[in-house]
Write a protein that binds this ligand. Structure first.
Ligand code: GDD
Ligand code: MN
Length: 363
């Protein structure tokens, strides 16, 4: 093909070596009449997806692969793919066969007809999920969809869809803002552009995966909660801070439970129980933050142990800051709850900022 591409299809991949050849072949067939290019964005998948994609690219000029090193995550992969696009219109889709490529021309037509974006929807007209979902997943998907629709304040039937098309101008505009750590990039985009763009919805049937398994697990669900709360704060609170605070709130529960078990139920002396509860809570907080809040910078092996010790140190200084601020405010205001709350906020911000800079560093 010598014609300049009209459409760039971005395929984010993680362990899709078994799927990518079929998916690419089907997209090419579906776009027989449309000059296009396909960009696979792979995060150095252990199953060798990048090598498979490169082998296809060696035969097929319209295909290329961006292999990322030291960077992870679906949203950031999508952004990177969109930014590498040479066509004026960009589509994002799963690389596992779940997204019906046959509707690509119809999505493109919707954009040609003046829409800024076309979303492939599972929840409108004859859209569907063809037995691809477990009960919990179907339930979770419905709730998340209802919540996000409410938040977006516009009637988009499937704001969580991973299959959509948009003008590259729009992608350029929102790329600097979109959260890099997340799974739900469409929702993120919609929550930023509000009602300023026109959106067309094209129904499709969400198929079961060809091979392999979904990467959408508890981590993604928790991160989505972080994204929702972050957007609710108007973007003032970053997702990581929201998650860090949620983990902190859970830590309080862990702390009090441990204290109860040791001191109340088993008569361990109070101070010993309090010290043990503090250590247990700090340790669980550290591990939860390592998995959920800082999944992209997750520590392993010896670095995990070093990180834990560092975290104890950060929290201890945070506790001092907490008491310092609270005592100061209490002296001025004589409001114990207000002073206590300010102290807690102070240590949360401190622990977050310092542990992000010193323990879970980027890259
Ligand atoms: N590069 C990269 N990095 N790709 C990733 C990563 C990552 O960290 N995680 C997942 N992917 C790729 C997968 O290989 C797949 O091609 C695509 O992103 C979607 O991941 P799946 O694991 O197939 O997600 P899903 O099918 O459970 O979820 C889909 O449906 C959701 C709606 O229910 C996705 O399209 C979601 O975006 C969508 O919200
Ligand atoms: Mn999928």
């Amino acid at each position: 093909m010598t014609e300049a591409p009209r459409l760039t299809v971005v395929l984010p991949t993680y362990n899709e070596a078994a799927n990518i050849p079929n998916v690419v072949e089907r997209i090419i067939a579906a776009l027989a009449d449309v000059p296009h290019e396909i960009i696979v964005v792979d995060d150095s998948s252990p199953d060798g997806t990048a090598a498979t994609a490169r082998a296809i690219a060696a035969r097929q000029r319209s295909v290329r692969c961006i292999k990322r090193v030291g960077r992870h995550g679906l949203s950031s992969a999508c952004v990177e793919g969109m930014m590498a696009a040479s066509a004026p219109i960009v589509a994002i889709m799963d690389a596992d066969g779940q997204h019906d490529e046959a509707i690509l021309p119809r999505m493109l037509e919707a954009i040609d007809n003046g829409n800024d974006m076309a979303i492939a929807t599972r929840y409108a007209q004859d859209g569907a999920v063809a037995d691809g979902f477990s009960k919990t997943r179907a339930w979770g998907s419905r709730i998340a969809t209802a919540m996000s629709r409410y938040m977006l304040g516009r009637d988009v039937s499937d704001p969580m869809s991973g299959y959509f098309m948009l003008k590259r101008d729009l992608a350029d505009r929102i790329a600097p803002e979109v959260s890099r750590d997340g799974f739900k990039i469409l929702f993120d985009i919609l929550s930023r552009v509000g009602t300023s763009i026109s959106v067309a919805e094209i129904p499709f049937s969400f198929r079961p995966r060809d091979h392999g398994e979904s990467k959408l697990g508890a981590l993604v669900a928790v991160q989505f909660l972080g994204l929702l709360l972050s957007r609710l704060s108007g973007g003032i609170l970053p997702i990581q801070f929201v998650l860090f605070s949620l983990v902190g709130a859970l830590g309080l529960v862990v702390h009090l439970t441990t204290l109860y078990v040791l001191n109340v139920a088993n008569n361990v002396p109070f101070v010993t129980s309090q010290i043990a509860a503090t250590l247990v809570a700090m340790t669980t907080n550290f591990l939860l933050n390592n998995v959920f809040t800082y999944s992209a910078q997750r520590l392993k092996g010896w670095r995990l142990l070093a990180g834990l010790i560092g975290f104890y140190a950060v929290c201890s200084i945070g506790a001092l800051a907490n008491v310092g601020v609270a005592a100061w405010l209490f002296a001025y205001s004589a409001q114990p709850l207000l002073a206590g709350f300010a102290g807690a906020v102070m240590s949360a911000v401190f622990n977050y900022a310092v542990s992000k800079a010193a323990i879970w560093r980027d890259g």
